[in-house]
Design a protein around this ligand. Structure first.
Ligand SMILES: C[S@@+](CC[C@H](N)C(=O)[O-])C[C@H]1O[C@@H](n2cnc3c(N)ncnc32)[C@H](O)[C@@H]1O
Length: 355
Protein backbone atom coordinates (compact mmCIF):
# COMPACT_ATOMS: atom_id res chain seq x y z
CA UNK A 1 0.00 0.00 0.00
CA UNK A 2 1.55 3.38 -0.98
CA UNK A 3 2.74 5.65 1.84
CA UNK A 4 1.97 9.35 2.11
CA UNK A 5 3.15 12.25 4.26
CA UNK A 6 1.27 15.33 5.19
CA UNK A 7 3.39 18.28 6.29
CA UNK A 8 1.50 20.34 8.91
CA UNK A 9 1.18 24.11 8.83
CA UNK A 10 3.39 25.71 11.46
CA UNK A 11 1.58 27.61 14.20
CA UNK A 12 2.98 30.70 15.92
CA UNK A 13 1.11 29.66 19.06
CA UNK A 14 3.47 27.26 20.85
CA UNK A 15 0.78 25.66 23.04
CA UNK A 16 -1.45 24.93 20.08
CA UNK A 17 1.56 23.79 18.04
CA UNK A 18 2.28 21.06 20.60
CA UNK A 19 -1.27 19.75 20.27
CA UNK A 20 -1.53 20.10 16.46
CA UNK A 21 -0.19 16.69 15.31
CA UNK A 22 -2.57 14.78 17.61
CA UNK A 23 -5.54 16.91 16.55
CA UNK A 24 -4.60 16.65 12.86
CA UNK A 25 -4.28 12.85 13.10
CA UNK A 26 -7.78 12.59 14.62
CA UNK A 27 -9.18 14.96 11.96
CA UNK A 28 -7.62 12.81 9.20
CA UNK A 29 -8.99 9.61 10.71
CA UNK A 30 -12.52 11.06 10.90
CA UNK A 31 -12.66 12.85 7.54
CA UNK A 32 -10.44 10.70 5.30
CA UNK A 33 -11.70 7.13 5.45
CA UNK A 34 -9.10 6.02 2.87
CA UNK A 35 -6.15 6.79 5.22
CA UNK A 36 -4.76 3.77 7.04
CA UNK A 37 -2.08 3.42 9.73
CA UNK A 38 -2.02 7.14 10.53
CA UNK A 39 1.08 8.05 12.56
CA UNK A 40 2.63 11.26 13.83
CA UNK A 41 6.11 11.90 12.43
CA UNK A 42 8.31 14.79 11.29
CA UNK A 43 10.00 16.05 8.16
CA UNK A 44 13.21 17.75 9.19
CA UNK A 45 12.06 19.96 12.06
CA UNK A 46 8.48 20.23 10.85
CA UNK A 47 5.57 18.19 12.24
CA UNK A 48 3.99 15.76 9.80
CA UNK A 49 1.62 12.83 9.58
CA UNK A 50 2.30 9.61 7.76
CA UNK A 51 -0.40 7.31 6.41
CA UNK A 52 -0.98 4.55 3.88
CA UNK A 53 -3.71 4.52 1.27
CA UNK A 54 -4.72 2.41 -1.70
CA UNK A 55 -7.07 5.01 -3.09
CA UNK A 56 -5.98 8.52 -2.26
CA UNK A 57 -8.90 10.97 -2.27
CA UNK A 58 -7.10 14.21 -3.16
CA UNK A 59 -10.09 16.40 -2.30
CA UNK A 60 -10.38 14.92 1.18
CA UNK A 61 -6.64 15.36 1.76
CA UNK A 62 -6.72 18.93 0.45
CA UNK A 63 -9.55 19.73 2.90
CA UNK A 64 -7.46 18.90 6.00
CA UNK A 65 -7.35 22.05 8.11
CA UNK A 66 -3.64 21.86 8.92
CA UNK A 67 -2.31 20.61 5.58
CA UNK A 68 0.72 22.47 4.25
CA UNK A 69 1.99 20.02 1.58
CA UNK A 70 1.16 16.41 0.79
CA UNK A 71 3.76 13.92 -0.46
CA UNK A 72 3.70 10.42 -1.86
CA UNK A 73 6.64 8.22 -0.88
CA UNK A 74 8.17 5.94 -3.47
CA UNK A 75 11.59 4.24 -3.44
CA UNK A 76 12.66 6.46 -0.53
CA UNK A 77 11.77 9.67 -2.40
CA UNK A 78 9.00 12.09 -1.47
CA UNK A 79 7.06 13.41 -4.45
CA UNK A 80 4.95 16.52 -3.73
CA UNK A 81 1.27 16.00 -4.58
CA UNK A 82 -0.40 18.60 -6.74
CA UNK A 83 -3.47 18.98 -4.52
CA UNK A 84 -6.34 21.30 -5.44
CA UNK A 85 -6.64 24.58 -3.55
CA UNK A 86 -10.09 24.48 -1.95
CA UNK A 87 -9.90 27.99 -0.51
CA UNK A 88 -11.89 30.55 -2.46
CA UNK A 89 -10.44 33.53 -0.57
CA UNK A 90 -6.92 34.36 0.63
CA UNK A 91 -5.63 33.18 4.00
CA UNK A 92 -5.21 36.74 5.24
CA UNK A 93 -9.00 37.16 5.39
CA UNK A 94 -8.83 35.11 8.60
CA UNK A 95 -5.30 35.79 9.80
CA UNK A 96 -5.13 39.62 9.65
CA UNK A 97 -7.44 40.31 12.64
CA UNK A 98 -5.57 40.05 15.95
CA UNK A 99 -7.42 40.87 19.15
CA UNK A 100 -7.92 39.63 22.70
CA UNK A 101 -10.38 36.75 22.74
CA UNK A 102 -9.88 35.72 19.12
CA UNK A 103 -10.32 31.99 18.64
CA UNK A 104 -7.15 30.53 17.17
CA UNK A 105 -7.79 30.41 13.43
CA UNK A 106 -6.16 27.00 12.96
CA UNK A 107 -8.47 25.57 15.60
CA UNK A 108 -11.47 27.34 14.05
CA UNK A 109 -10.69 25.74 10.67
CA UNK A 110 -10.43 22.35 12.37
CA UNK A 111 -13.81 22.71 14.12
CA UNK A 112 -15.41 24.00 10.93
CA UNK A 113 -14.03 21.15 8.82
CA UNK A 114 -15.02 18.46 11.33
CA UNK A 115 -18.55 19.84 11.62
CA UNK A 116 -19.10 20.34 7.89
CA UNK A 117 -17.73 16.84 7.20
CA UNK A 118 -20.82 15.50 9.03
CA UNK A 119 -23.34 17.48 6.95
CA UNK A 120 -24.96 15.26 4.36
CA UNK A 121 -25.54 18.02 1.76
CA UNK A 122 -22.93 19.32 -0.72
CA UNK A 123 -21.74 22.95 -0.44
CA UNK A 124 -21.86 25.86 -0.47
CA UNK A 125 -23.34 25.44 3.00
CA UNK A 126 -25.00 27.92 5.35
CA UNK A 127 -23.05 28.13 8.59
CA UNK A 128 -24.29 29.87 11.74
CA UNK A 129 -21.99 30.98 14.55
CA UNK A 130 -24.43 32.10 17.25
CA UNK A 131 -21.55 33.43 19.45
CA UNK A 132 -19.75 35.07 16.58
CA UNK A 133 -17.32 37.45 18.34
CA UNK A 134 -15.42 39.30 15.64
CA UNK A 135 -16.21 36.59 13.15
CA UNK A 136 -13.33 34.08 12.96
CA UNK A 137 -15.76 31.23 12.16
CA UNK A 138 -17.66 33.32 9.61
CA UNK A 139 -14.47 34.42 7.88
CA UNK A 140 -13.13 30.85 7.86
CA UNK A 141 -16.46 29.73 6.36
CA UNK A 142 -16.13 32.33 3.60
CA UNK A 143 -12.57 31.27 2.91
CA UNK A 144 -13.77 27.69 2.48
CA UNK A 145 -16.57 28.85 0.13
CA UNK A 146 -19.54 28.74 2.52
CA UNK A 147 -22.01 31.39 3.69
CA UNK A 148 -21.65 32.82 7.20
CA UNK A 149 -24.39 33.89 9.64
CA UNK A 150 -23.93 35.11 13.18
CA UNK A 151 -25.26 36.59 16.39
CA UNK A 152 -23.05 38.53 18.80
CA UNK A 153 -23.95 40.38 21.99
CA UNK A 154 -20.88 42.60 22.11
CA UNK A 155 -21.60 45.66 19.96
CA UNK A 156 -17.91 46.52 19.75
CA UNK A 157 -17.08 43.09 18.35
CA UNK A 158 -19.90 43.49 15.81
CA UNK A 159 -18.61 46.94 14.77
CA UNK A 160 -15.06 45.61 14.47
CA UNK A 161 -16.19 42.77 12.18
CA UNK A 162 -18.31 45.07 10.01
CA UNK A 163 -15.54 47.59 9.56
CA UNK A 164 -12.86 44.95 8.99
CA UNK A 165 -14.95 43.20 6.35
CA UNK A 166 -15.68 46.42 4.46
CA UNK A 167 -12.02 47.47 4.51
CA UNK A 168 -10.81 44.03 3.48
CA UNK A 169 -13.18 43.68 0.53
CA UNK A 170 -12.43 47.22 -0.65
CA UNK A 171 -8.65 46.85 -0.27
CA UNK A 172 -8.66 43.51 -2.10
CA UNK A 173 -10.89 45.06 -4.78
CA UNK A 174 -13.43 42.27 -4.53
CA UNK A 175 -16.87 43.17 -5.92
CA UNK A 176 -19.14 43.32 -2.92
CA UNK A 177 -21.91 44.95 -0.97
CA UNK A 178 -21.80 45.43 2.81
CA UNK A 179 -24.06 47.51 5.01
CA UNK A 180 -25.12 47.81 8.62
CA UNK A 181 -28.77 48.63 9.30
CA UNK A 182 -31.15 48.87 12.28
CA UNK A 183 -33.48 45.96 12.99
CA UNK A 184 -37.02 47.04 13.86
CA UNK A 185 -40.02 44.86 14.65
CA UNK A 186 -43.39 46.37 15.41
CA UNK A 187 -41.82 49.79 15.83
CA UNK A 188 -39.29 48.49 18.39
CA UNK A 189 -35.53 48.55 17.82
CA UNK A 190 -34.04 45.06 18.14
CA UNK A 191 -30.45 46.04 17.45
CA UNK A 192 -28.45 46.06 14.24
CA UNK A 193 -27.58 43.72 11.40
CA UNK A 194 -24.69 43.43 8.98
CA UNK A 195 -25.48 42.15 5.49
CA UNK A 196 -22.58 41.49 3.16
CA UNK A 197 -22.03 39.72 -0.12
CA UNK A 198 -18.73 39.01 -1.87
CA UNK A 199 -19.14 38.47 -5.61
CA UNK A 200 -16.06 36.40 -6.35
CA UNK A 201 -17.43 35.48 -9.76
CA UNK A 202 -17.13 39.11 -10.92
CA UNK A 203 -13.77 40.53 -11.92
CA UNK A 204 -12.47 43.94 -10.80
CA UNK A 205 -9.45 45.83 -12.02
CA UNK A 206 -6.97 43.74 -10.02
CA UNK A 207 -9.09 40.87 -8.77
CA UNK A 208 -9.71 38.15 -11.37
CA UNK A 209 -13.15 36.55 -11.54
CA UNK A 210 -13.41 32.98 -10.28
CA UNK A 211 -15.89 31.41 -12.68
CA UNK A 212 -18.25 29.15 -10.77
CA UNK A 213 -17.24 30.62 -7.41
CA UNK A 214 -20.18 31.22 -5.10
CA UNK A 215 -21.45 34.65 -4.18
CA UNK A 216 -20.73 34.49 -0.50
CA UNK A 217 -23.31 35.92 1.88
CA UNK A 218 -22.91 37.02 5.47
CA UNK A 219 -25.56 38.24 7.90
CA UNK A 220 -24.74 39.04 11.52
CA UNK A 221 -27.13 40.38 14.17
CA UNK A 222 -26.30 42.14 17.40
CA UNK A 223 -28.21 40.52 20.23
CA UNK A 224 -28.43 37.66 22.65
CA UNK A 225 -27.81 34.22 21.20
CA UNK A 226 -30.92 32.94 23.00
CA UNK A 227 -32.89 35.22 20.65
CA UNK A 228 -31.20 33.75 17.59
CA UNK A 229 -34.35 31.98 16.34
CA UNK A 230 -36.34 35.21 16.66
CA UNK A 231 -33.67 37.20 14.85
CA UNK A 232 -33.32 34.73 11.95
CA UNK A 233 -37.02 33.80 11.82
CA UNK A 234 -37.73 30.75 9.69
CA UNK A 235 -34.21 30.48 8.30
CA UNK A 236 -32.51 27.13 8.90
CA UNK A 237 -28.79 26.32 8.69
CA UNK A 238 -26.73 23.38 7.46
CA UNK A 239 -24.30 23.74 10.32
CA UNK A 240 -23.78 25.58 13.58
CA UNK A 241 -20.15 26.07 14.50
CA UNK A 242 -19.26 27.98 17.63
CA UNK A 243 -16.60 28.61 20.24
CA UNK A 244 -18.48 29.03 23.53
CA UNK A 245 -17.57 31.66 26.15
CA UNK A 246 -14.71 30.43 28.31
CA UNK A 247 -15.99 31.82 31.59
CA UNK A 248 -12.77 33.78 32.03
CA UNK A 249 -13.30 37.39 33.03
CA UNK A 250 -10.33 39.64 32.45
CA UNK A 251 -9.59 42.86 34.28
CA UNK A 252 -10.01 46.22 32.56
CA UNK A 253 -6.28 46.53 32.25
CA UNK A 254 -5.92 43.32 30.26
CA UNK A 255 -8.86 44.20 28.06
CA UNK A 256 -7.75 47.73 27.31
CA UNK A 257 -4.13 46.82 26.72
CA UNK A 258 -5.48 44.78 23.81
CA UNK A 259 -2.09 43.43 22.87
CA UNK A 260 -2.44 39.74 23.51
CA UNK A 261 -3.76 38.28 20.32
CA UNK A 262 -4.35 34.59 19.94
CA UNK A 263 -1.09 33.69 18.33
CA UNK A 264 1.36 36.05 19.94
CA UNK A 265 2.07 34.53 23.32
CA UNK A 266 0.61 31.08 23.09
CA UNK A 267 -2.53 32.25 24.81
CA UNK A 268 -5.97 33.17 23.57
CA UNK A 269 -7.49 35.82 25.80
CA UNK A 270 -11.15 35.24 26.36
CA UNK A 271 -13.03 38.03 28.07
CA UNK A 272 -16.74 37.32 27.95
CA UNK A 273 -19.39 39.99 28.33
CA UNK A 274 -22.55 38.80 30.05
CA UNK A 275 -25.45 40.43 28.30
CA UNK A 276 -28.99 40.33 29.56
CA UNK A 277 -30.13 39.46 33.03
CA UNK A 278 -30.14 35.72 32.45
CA UNK A 279 -27.74 32.97 33.50
CA UNK A 280 -24.21 34.28 33.30
CA UNK A 281 -22.24 31.03 33.48
CA UNK A 282 -21.09 29.41 30.22
CA UNK A 283 -22.86 26.18 31.21
CA UNK A 284 -26.12 28.03 31.98
CA UNK A 285 -25.88 29.85 28.68
CA UNK A 286 -25.33 26.61 26.73
CA UNK A 287 -28.19 24.86 28.56
CA UNK A 288 -30.55 27.64 27.46
CA UNK A 289 -29.09 28.18 23.98
CA UNK A 290 -28.62 24.61 22.68
CA UNK A 291 -32.37 23.86 22.28
CA UNK A 292 -32.76 27.13 20.37
CA UNK A 293 -29.78 26.42 18.12
CA UNK A 294 -31.08 22.88 17.56
CA UNK A 295 -34.34 24.35 16.22
CA UNK A 296 -32.34 26.35 13.66
CA UNK A 297 -30.66 23.30 12.07
CA UNK A 298 -31.89 21.76 8.83
CA UNK A 299 -32.47 17.99 8.77
CA UNK A 300 -29.09 16.38 8.03
CA UNK A 301 -27.33 19.32 9.68
CA UNK A 302 -24.51 19.28 12.25
CA UNK A 303 -23.56 21.28 15.33
CA UNK A 304 -19.92 21.71 16.41
CA UNK A 305 -19.05 23.39 19.72
CA UNK A 306 -15.76 24.02 21.45
CA UNK A 307 -15.75 24.92 25.13
CA UNK A 308 -13.67 25.19 28.28
CA UNK A 309 -13.87 21.90 30.18
CA UNK A 310 -13.03 23.74 33.45
CA UNK A 311 -16.52 25.29 33.33
CA UNK A 312 -18.51 22.31 32.04
CA UNK A 313 -17.70 18.61 31.83
CA UNK A 314 -17.88 16.70 28.57
CA UNK A 315 -20.60 14.46 30.00
CA UNK A 316 -22.74 17.45 31.00
CA UNK A 317 -22.46 18.94 27.52
CA UNK A 318 -23.23 15.58 25.87
CA UNK A 319 -26.35 15.32 28.02
CA UNK A 320 -27.50 18.80 26.94
CA UNK A 321 -27.06 17.77 23.31
CA UNK A 322 -28.81 14.40 23.58
CA UNK A 323 -31.64 15.99 25.59
CA UNK A 324 -32.47 18.13 22.55
CA UNK A 325 -32.47 15.10 20.22
CA UNK A 326 -28.98 15.62 18.79
CA UNK A 327 -26.55 12.70 18.36
CA UNK A 328 -23.03 13.60 19.50
CA UNK A 329 -19.97 11.62 18.33
CA UNK A 330 -18.21 10.34 21.41
CA UNK A 331 -15.79 7.58 20.57
CA UNK A 332 -12.44 6.79 18.93
CA UNK A 333 -10.76 9.82 17.33
CA UNK A 334 -13.57 12.11 18.54
CA UNK A 335 -12.03 11.85 22.01
CA UNK A 336 -8.63 13.13 20.85
CA UNK A 337 -9.32 16.86 20.57
CA UNK A 338 -9.00 18.03 24.17
CA UNK A 339 -6.02 20.40 24.61
CA UNK A 340 -4.69 23.05 26.92
CA UNK A 341 -5.03 26.70 25.87
CA UNK A 342 -3.67 28.33 29.05
CA UNK A 343 -3.80 27.86 32.82
CA UNK A 344 -7.51 28.71 32.98
CA UNK A 345 -8.70 27.12 29.73
CA UNK A 346 -8.69 23.46 28.76
CA UNK A 347 -10.51 23.26 25.44
CA UNK A 348 -12.41 20.37 23.91
CA UNK A 349 -14.85 20.03 21.05
CA UNK A 350 -17.89 17.98 20.25
CA UNK A 351 -19.81 17.52 17.01
CA UNK A 352 -23.42 16.32 17.00
CA UNK A 353 -25.83 15.58 14.16
CA UNK A 354 -29.56 15.75 13.67
CA UNK A 355 -31.56 12.68 12.64
C1 LIG B 1 -15.14 32.55 22.81
S1 LIG B 1 -15.85 34.00 22.17
C2 LIG B 1 -15.96 33.70 20.43
C3 LIG B 1 -14.83 34.36 19.70
C4 LIG B 1 -14.95 34.28 18.19
N1 LIG B 1 -14.88 32.90 17.72
C5 LIG B 1 -13.83 35.12 17.57
O1 LIG B 1 -12.78 34.55 17.22
O2 LIG B 1 -13.98 36.33 17.47
C6 LIG B 1 -17.52 33.91 22.70
C7 LIG B 1 -18.36 35.08 22.24
O3 LIG B 1 -19.68 34.91 22.74
C8 LIG B 1 -20.22 36.20 22.98
N2 LIG B 1 -21.35 36.03 23.90
C9 LIG B 1 -21.32 35.64 25.21
N3 LIG B 1 -22.58 35.51 25.70
C10 LIG B 1 -23.42 35.81 24.67
C11 LIG B 1 -24.82 35.82 24.51
N4 LIG B 1 -25.64 35.50 25.54
N5 LIG B 1 -25.35 36.16 23.32
C12 LIG B 1 -24.55 36.46 22.27
N6 LIG B 1 -23.20 36.47 22.35
C13 LIG B 1 -22.64 36.14 23.52
C14 LIG B 1 -19.07 36.98 23.55
O4 LIG B 1 -19.29 38.37 23.39
C15 LIG B 1 -17.90 36.45 22.73
O5 LIG B 1 -17.68 37.27 21.63
Amino acid sequence: MPDFRMLLSPSANHVYRDATPRLAAAELEITAGFADQIAITSLGRADALRFSADDLDELALAAQSSLLVGFEESDGWLRPLDLPNLQVMDDDLVTIPKYPGKTNEAFTRLLLHLTLSQVSRPGPLEVLDPLAGRGTTLLAAWQAGHHGFGVEADEKAFDALASYLKTYLRTKRIKHSAQVSRVRREGRSLGRRLDAEARLDEATHDHPAQPGAPRLKMTVFTGDTRDSATLFGRKRFDAIVTDAPYGVVHGAEQRSSGQRGSDRHGSERHGDPHPGGRDRSPSGLLAEAIPIWRSQLKPGGALGISWNTYTLSRDELLEMLTDTGLHPFDDGPWLEFEHRVDSSINRDLVVAITD
